[in-house]
Write a protein that binds this ligand. Structure first.
Ligand code: F6R
Length: 242
């Protein structure tokens, strides 16, 4: 695990964006594993700027996102489909048929999980997997106690995650209790992983991920087993490292 600490969240996002751009420039047909959440817009803004200024094209790039809320259709404003369209896909030249997320509105979430896992297997391995970090140590929606060998499946979100994600929903609207998430085993199959965590709410989880024991209690600690992972932190997220 390579650990990079930057003074600001902006500098950390810049480093991650540069890593993605380097991957896509070297391999325009790269398969990117993408993430959502409040940490990612500064990264995606930089990719959009690079595209608009002619520094990169995503026309041949394939994206496979990590997760989606069960029950939310792609046009729901809080769905991860909507987030990705809004922050990245619609602002760049990603081809619509090349951008994939699990369907939260599928009639059977278990069948949809199996379909999505097969899609990743057919297109994999992922060249570069982008990850955020949950305050409880989750990656994707692999909550504490998730199997370190898990594949795409439905997970029940913990009360901590529901509380953390409530801020993205309208007042009075509850976040869904279930999500379809790519598993930890699938994440670890990626050739390269870059995890970005910024802000003080990530400090405890970042320390457990990097310095704690390898344990399902902190799903992100599974990255200790991966041979090509870069963890990018700002100073606030690095504050509890020894
Ligand atoms: C989102 C995802 C989650 C988030 C994590 C951090 O696709 O997989 O693991 O990366 O919950 O979310 P933010 O960035 O909102 O703090």
């Amino acid at each position: 695990m390579k650990i990079l600490i930057f003074p600001t969240s902006e500098a950390a996002a810049e480093r991650v964006a540069q890593q993605i751009l380097t991957t896509v420039r070297a391999k325009p047909q790269a398969r990117l594993g993408l993430a959502t959440g409040g940490t990612m817009p500064p990264v995606y803004q930089r990719l959009v700027t690079a595209y608009r200024t002619g520094q990169v094209s995503f026309a041949e790039t394939l994206s496979l996102n990590l997760d989606e809320y069960v029950g939310l259709a792609p046009d729901h404003p809080c769905s991860y489909h909507h987030f990705m369209q809004d922050t990245l896909f619609a602002q760049t030249d990603f081809a619509p048929g090349h951008t994939h997320l699990p369907r939260g509105d599928a009639p059977d979430a278990d069948v949809e999980s199996a379909r999505y896992d097969a899609l990743i297997a057919a297109n994999g391995p992922i060249d570069l997997q982008l990850l955020g970090l949950g305050p409880n140590g989750h990656i994707g929606f692999n909550e504490p106690s998730s199997s370190l060998a898990s594949r795409t499946r439905v997970k029940t979100l913990t009360s901590a995650t529901l509380a953390a994600n409530k801020r993205y929903f309208a007042a009075g609207e509850q976040p869904p209790k279930y999500a379809i998430t790519v598993g930890i085993g699938t994440i670890l199959d990626a050739r390269e992983i870059v995890l970005l965590a910024t802000g003080p709410s990530k400090a405890k989880a970042a320390a457990q991920m990097i310095e704690g024991p390898l344990s399902a209690a902190c799903p992100a600690s599974s990255l200790q087993m991966h041979q090509n992972t870069t963890v990018v932190l700002d100073a606030a997220a690095a504050a509890e490292l020894q």
